[in-house]
Design a protein around this ligand. Structure first.
Ligand code: BDR
Ligand code: CA
Length: 336
């Protein structure tokens, strides 16, 4: 959606149930003008993620947004098959969407990012909600990228919280620590949205029911997908609900919610083969000193939110219906 105050966005994702929520959030936000989307292997392969993205875009009435397939394998490794236990075998909770009759973009995700950065110098915003393989590749293609991009928001890492893949590593970083290390070392303005804040903001069953009751295919499909996601998170939280990793990063990127605590600190990624592999080592020693300025620190690490995100997320997702038609209601099939 383009308005006088909207910013051009490039989204990099591994769609993914919470990626689908983030995409819908961006599409519903007048502050965001999504100019292109690249996919990367993470929750599913980059190719399956692209399929899901195209189908979601069609469902939302935004099939004109180009989608590029990005890296299948992480730097120096091979894709390990994704997270079907979290997102379902198809990545979107076994919900079937109508197949969009749209071609993929004739460029890689990294090439798309570099192209968009040149088309929108100094104003392009990047939202990265999957492993950082494509972003690192784009930095290799265009070393000036950090000066061309206004801001990159990354869902990933764990600052003071435990990891969700190992004791210390979060999935997006753990899936490609070498790429993440390159991205954090590139000297650009980063907002990091780690597990510390995404696990602390939970979507409840009552919110899911609001989406299901919307009478519109996009929130309905998201509500169906969340049924699968909630079953995974029930094992963690002890009730039907879920974390809100990627949509929270989307909301912070567009200014739909504000951070209450987000110190700018140095962040490094552990690329050793020991137990620390994939850890985002955030220098939070300023915790007791009100976070004094750290020389060269350009990464804001979001540790707490100002306000309750779940009602805001539901409100924004329900507003998406204004941009689509009821005729699309037949395009989604619930899981058996
Ligand atoms: C992150 O990993 C993926 O499974 C989610 O989509 C999210 O981006 C959470 O650790
Ligand atoms: Ca993701």
């Amino acid at each position: 959606m383009t308005t006088p105050t909207s910013r051009p966005f490039y989204l990099d994702c591994d769609t993914g149930i919470d990626d689908a929520l983030a995409l819908a959030y961006l599409l519903a936000s007048p502050q965001a003008d999504v100019r292109g989307i690249g996919t990367v292997s993470g929750n599913v392969s980059a190719a399956v993620g692209a399929r899901n993205t195209l189908d979601l875009l069609q469902l939302a009435g935004h099939a004109h947004i180009p989608v590029a397939v990005g890296a299948h394998d992480p730097q120096g490794g091979t894709f390990r098959g994704g997270a079907p236990h979290v997102h379902g075998a198809n990545g979107i909770g076994e919900v079937s969407l109508s197949t969009a009759a749209v071609e993929l973009a004739p460029e890689t995700a990294a090439e798309m990012l570099v192209r968009l950065a040149h088309e929108h110098p100094g104003t392009l915003r990047v939202l990265a909600i999957g492993p950082l393989t494509n972003i690192a590749e784009a930095l290799r293609l265009e070393p000036e990228l950090p000066r061309l991009v206004e801001e990159i928001t990354i869902m990933g890492g764990a600052a003071l919280a435990p990891g969700n893949i190992t004791a210390v590593a979060e999935a997006n970083i753990a899936n490609d620590p070498e790429a993440a290390a390159d991205v954090f070392a590139a000297g650009w303005s980063i907002t990091l949205v780690p597990l510390d804040v995404t696990m602390a903001n939970v979507l409840e069953e009552s919110h899911r029911q609001e989406l299901l009751a919307a009478g519109h295919p996009v929130p309905q499909a998201l509500g169906e997908m969340l049924g699968y996601y909630f079953r995974f998170y029930e094992g963690i939280f002890g009730r039907a609900c879920s974390a809100m990793h990627d949509p929270l990063a989307a909301a912070l990127a567009v200014g739909g919610v504000q951070a209450a605590v987000a110190p700018a600190v140095r962040v490094a990624v552990d690329t050793t083969d020991g137990p620390g592999r994939g850890q985002t080592v955030c220098d939070l020693r300023g915790l007791y000193l009100d976070y004094p300025e750290q020389a060269g620190a350009r990464c804001r690490v979001v540790l707490a939110l100002d306000g309750d995100f779940a009602p805001r997320l539901v409100e924004v997702l329900l507003s998406l219906s204004e941009g689509t038609t009821a005729a699309l209601a037949s395009a989604v099939t619930s899981p058996a």
